[in-house]
Ligand binder design. Structure first.
Ligand SMILES: [Zn+2]
Length: 118
């Protein structure tokens, strides 16, 4: 018998996605409770924990934009400032909360999308 690892992983991925959705909606002010930074960070922390535990890699791109230091989800214009590094096809995200900078590499079209999302 044994447990179905695929199913467990899928459920874990779903949970991660839900947690990140909730955190994102907090930051974007869509949550009925308004912006609750501590709660949003708790959700992100939990999502990261689940991800580590189940060794899920690269499934949700939003992990690329989580501040390594304070676990804030970096949303341009809301929780971080963005500087486009044209030559490097990258952007420098600066966390508004703790000032940590994170380099995000772009591939083609996502770069234009970034510049529009001010
Ligand atoms: Zn930060």
């Amino acid at each position: 018998m044994g447990n179905d690892k695929g199913t467990i992983k899928r459920i874990a991925e779903e949970r991660i996605s839900i947690l990140l959705d909730m955190a994102e909606s907090f930051y974007r002010g869509k949550a009925p409770q308004g912006v609750d930074d501590a709660l949003a960070k708790k959700y992100i922390g939990l999502a990261m924990q689940i991800r580590r535990h189940y060794k899920i890699k690269g499934k949700d791109k939003r992990f690329d934009t989580v501040c390594k230091k304070c676990h804030t989800l970096l949303i341009p214009g809301i929780t971080c400032t963005v500087r486009i590094l044209g030559r490097e096809h990258a952007a420098l995200y600066k966390c508004i909360q703790c000032g940590t900078e994170k380099r995000i590499i772009f591939h083609g079209k996502s770069m234009a999308a970034m510049q529009n999302s001010k």
